[in-house]
Design a binder for this molecule. Structure first.
Ligand code: CP
Ligand code: NVA
Length: 299
């Protein structure tokens, strides 16, 4: 039984096959082919934080695969009223076939997985967002080519997305330049484990040099709303602008997990430019998660 709590949970070769499978599943969906490998299978989706893409993509994936998804919010569950994570995991996993969790604490997801008899998928914690990386890697492949040996720049907060980019650098074998303001660097242990592939700077212009993919994210993540004003000051100078994009390789593309704040971490011009692959990446959440569900449940 396999869980997907971080990108390191799937061997690198399987991850690459998963991206190719996502591309196939996308083509099948666009042709209108019916493919129902999860008929009668049920997913429960635990959401302690807001979501548009993650909820809709997982729910749609289960429907298109012939199964069903149950949305659970803390307002309506006993988990939300303090029932132990261990007990919730044991009971839910005795009824459904796969469980997806979006929450604050990564340890909560680890505890849940340790007590679950079915695969658990991390759909974002404060520490990681691995599902988004599947979609981003697929989008880069579709717009360009394999990301192996390329250079990626992460501009902005050393947050959950940044940590998943660090793991992606290990698994997909690319160089990652990270530019954050002082005090907003990624987790030191996660960086250390990735070794020499990662370069850290406080200067965005330095990071994007020779880059093939530029990625960013909001300055204040979910749960950090009260730091918004403070962060706007700290991150001034870390906006992805057309001028910054011009310092990267000519064929460089831009991505963002969304939701984006135009005028903060990225300009409207970059978001809506031909270099932007954000809409492909967003759609790919559906296709790459179908490939993930198939990998976890069918193979
Ligand atoms: N990118 C992403 O996870 O979007 P949602 O928060 O809308 O799910
Ligand atoms: N870093 C963001 C990603 C949202 C998809 C957050 O955690 O809010």
């Amino acid at each position: 039984m396999k869980h997907f709590l971080t990108l390191l949970d799937i061997p690198a070769d399987d991850l690459k096959r998963l991206i190719q499978r996502a591309i196939e599943l996308k083509a099948m969906q666009h042709r209108g082919e019916i493919f129902e490998p999860l008929k009668n299978k049920v997913m429960s989706m635990i959401f302690d934080k807001s979501s548009t893409r993650t909820r809709v993509s997982f729910e749609t994936a289960m429907s298109q695969f012939g199964g069903h998804a149950i949305f659970l919010s803390p307002r309506d569950t006993q988990l939300g009223r303090g029932e132990p994570v261990e007990d919730s995991a044991r009971v839910l996993s005795s009824m459904v076939d796969v469980i997806m969790i979006r929450t604050f604490s990564h340890d909560m997801v680890k505890t849940f997985a340790a007590n679950s008899s079915v695969p658990v998928i991390n759909a974002l914690t404060d520490l990681y967002h691995p599902c988004q990386l599947l979609a981003d890697m697929q989008a880069y492949y579709e717009h360009r080519e394999s990301i192996k040996g390329k250079t990626v720049s992460w501009i902005g907060d050393g947050n959950n997305m940044c940590h998943s980019y660090i793991n992606a650098a290990r698994q997909f074998d690319f160089k990652l330049n990270i530019a954050t303001p002082k005090g907003y660097e990624p987790n030191a242990n996660i960086m250390k484990a990735a070794g020499g592939r990662i370069a850290l700077t406080n200067i965005p212009e330095e990071a994007v040099e020779n880059s093939d993919l530029i990625a960013t994210d909001v300055w204040a993540s979910m749960g950090q709303e009260e730091e918004q004003k403070l962060r706007e000051k700290a991150f001034a100078g870390f906006q992805v602008t057309s001028e910054l994009m011009q310092l990267a390789n000519k064929e460089a593309v831009f991505t963002h997990c969304l939701p984006a704040h135009r005028g903060e971490e990225v300009t409207a011009e970059v978001m809506d430019s031909p270099q932007s692959i954000v809409w492909t990446a967003a759609e790919n959440r559906l296709h790459s998660q179908k490939a993930l569900l198939e990998y976890l449940l069918v193979k």
